[in-house]
Design a protein around this ligand. Structure first.
Ligand SMILES: Cc1cc2nc3c(=O)[nH]c(=O)nc-3n(C[C@H](O)[C@H](O)[C@H](O)COP(=O)(O)O)c2cc1C
Length: 200
């Protein structure tokens, strides 16, 4: 599928065919592609919690306004991030770079994030947003639809997945085979309202 077609055909789908799990090979391809998504300083903050247990899916659905995508999706991800990724051996992620680059980047990472919880959280959320769209477009390429979701009780889902300290949940991402067309596309804001040239 051409990238333009993937972008145009991605919609937030609400109804998926139940009991149609994504194969291990498809999941592998999806995650191989998603992990190519860019992250600041190559920190790869994302942690993809693949919810396989039907009982856990049901509990998450109960915490997510009873949205059917949660139980019916072929793949349900709780898209999380490690806000402390910057402090966990970032030098290993730069080992393939020329030495002068390593010497510059590794200390810069520390300076950018240390003692800046808001920056740490913002960065984690940015990374998750980018990888979520990468996942959704890759899913289109594999013949799947998707729905990004933040309509849920974050604290409850954190408890259910045993979210570790220093991690955040960005969103749920349901991927599946659609059984009903999505609602008509929403009204798009006028391009002049959203594209600003030079300054507001
Ligand atoms: C961060 C985020 C959270 C969303 N949460 C939900 C949700 O909880 N349930 C849902 O049905 N759709 C959810 N959506 C889908 C949006 O409503 C949808 O993307 C938007 O209306 C535009 O429609 P489209 O994606 O089909 O173009 C969410 C989308 C995003 C990006």
């Amino acid at each position: 599928m051409h990238v333009f077609e993937a972008i145009e055909s991605r919609r937030a789908v609400k109804h998926f065919q139940a009991n149609t799990p994504m194969t291990a090979a498809e999941q592998q391809q999806l995650f191989d592609l998603a992990r190519r998504a860019p992250t600041a300083f190559n920190l790869q903050h994302w942690r993809f919690v693949v919810v396989e247990s039907p009982a856990l899916r049901a509990q998450i659905r109960a915490a997510a306004w009873d949205q059917a995508q949660v139980t019916d999706a072929s793949l349900l991800l709780v898209l999380c991030a490690d806000t402390q990724a910057w402090a966990k051996q970032p030098e290993a992620l730069w080992a393939a770079a020329p030495q002068p680059v390593q010497d510059f980047i590794v200390p810069a990472i520390d300076g950018y994030y240390r003692d800046k919880p808001q920056v740490q959280r913002d960065e984690a959320m940015r990374s998750c947003g980018i990888v979520a769209q990468t996942l959704m477009l890759a899913a289109r390429g594999l013949g799947y639809d998707s729905c990004p979701m933040d309509g849920f009780d974050f604290d409850k889902v954190a408890e259910l997945i045993k979210l570790p300290e220093g991690h955040v949940i960005s969103m749920l991402l349901a991927v599946g085979k659609q059984t009903q067309a999505p609602w008509p596309r929403g009204v798009q804001r006028d391009e002049h309202a959203v594209i600003i040239r030079d300054h507001f």
